[in-house]
Design a binder for this molecule. Structure first.
Ligand code: NCD
Length: 309
């Protein structure tokens, strides 16, 4: 996507954020459309957020929650997608441990496919909601200096956010021990530091990543405690950030590892805003994909619709 494409989605998100603030936060924009969620990995926020977004747009929803391994082979995945397609899904929201799953699914179905996280590869709607949250707090990402801290090696959130933040003009610094960086960052538009204390005073935003214990297969850090000592955001470190810096985390957090409970509750933390903005961003994405025949611009005709009638 171009910078203009991303900014277009963020502008459209404003419309749906307004819908979310209404006493009855629902519009009939996608009435008669069906959104299927196909989650092969655990999820609280992303799954509920897409489902809430679909329901606020009056779409019907179907949920498929896979067990841990029985459907992990390509053949079974294809069968599942074909079954869901035959129930008439217009969009399939998919999360899978294998990189490239969403891309592959798109060859097997006529439904729109939305990547809700594919292995360590990408998590595009997370990046969009993070950009929206930063824009809401700071007005513009252009020229911002954003630190992404922690388990970058295993993080699809980091990969999507590096692309999105730099597309919108921010400067990105990755902060992690060498073992938690990808084997190569050639071509990534980033700088790297191993010293969080040195980086914090110059950051406009500090994006903390979850230590992804389910993906860490080797001893990449000596212990969680040692990681927290070197890279956890506690009150002392948070005091090094400027007064108007923004603290983000995609959730779920490991309290006491990436950040302390007190820092999560700091006035500079936008962790709960990220969750609520996730619904608005996903409404915008679903509407852009499924609301054919309707204006894509954030016009009043969408926002003014009322359910019923
Ligand atoms: C992220 C994910 O699943 O990739 N969480 C999320 O979508 N809110 C990040 C994570 O699990 O660490």
């Amino acid at each position: 996507m171009s910078r203009g494409d991303v900014e277009g989605i963020l502008d459209l998100t404003d419309t749906f954020a307004e819908v979310g603030r209404r006493p009855i936060p629902k519009v009939p924009a996608l009435r008669g459309r069906t959104v299927a969620s196909l989650f092969f990995e655990d999820s609280t926020r992303t799954r509920m957020s897409f489902e809430t977004a679909a329901k606020r747009l009056s779409a019907d929803t179907m949920t498929f929650t896979a067990g841990s391994s029985s459907l992990s082979k390509g053949e079974s995945l294809r069968d599942t997608v074909e079954v869901i397609g035959s129930y008439g899904a217009d969009a399939i929201v998919v999360r899978h441990a294998m990189a490239g799953t969403a891309h592959r699914l798109a060859d097997w179905t006529d439904a729109c496919v939305i990547n809700a996280g594919d292995g360590c590869h990408e998590h595009p709607t997370q990046a969009l909601l993070d950009c929206y949250t930063l824009r809401e707090r700071r007005g513009d990402l252009d020229g911002m200096r954003i630190g992404i801290v922690g388990d970058i090696r295993n993080s699809r959130v980091a990969r999507s956010n590096v692309l999105a933040f730099s597309l919108l003009g921010a400067e990105v610094v990755l902060v992690a021990p060498p073992t938690l960086l990808p084997p190569s960052i050639d071509g990534w538009p980033v700088t790297v530091s191993h010293d969080l204390d040195a980086v914090l005073p110059d950051l406009d935003a500090c994006y903390l990543l979850r230590m992804q214990r389910e993906r860490i297969t080797e001893g990449l850090v000596p212990s969680m405690r040692e990681y927290a000592t070197d890279y956890g955001l506690d009150a002392r470190r948070a005091a090094l950030l400027s007064a108007d810096a923004v603290i983000l985390h995609p959730g779920p957090t490991n309290p006491g590892v990436e950040l302390t409970t007190a820092v999560a509750a700091d006035s500079r933390s936008v962790i709960l805003d990220q969750v609520s903005n996730g619904v608005s961003v996903r409404m915008a994405v679903l509407f852009m994909l499924l609301g054919s025949g309707m204006d894509l611009a954030p016009d009043q005709s969408v926002a003014d619709q009322e359910v019923g009638g």
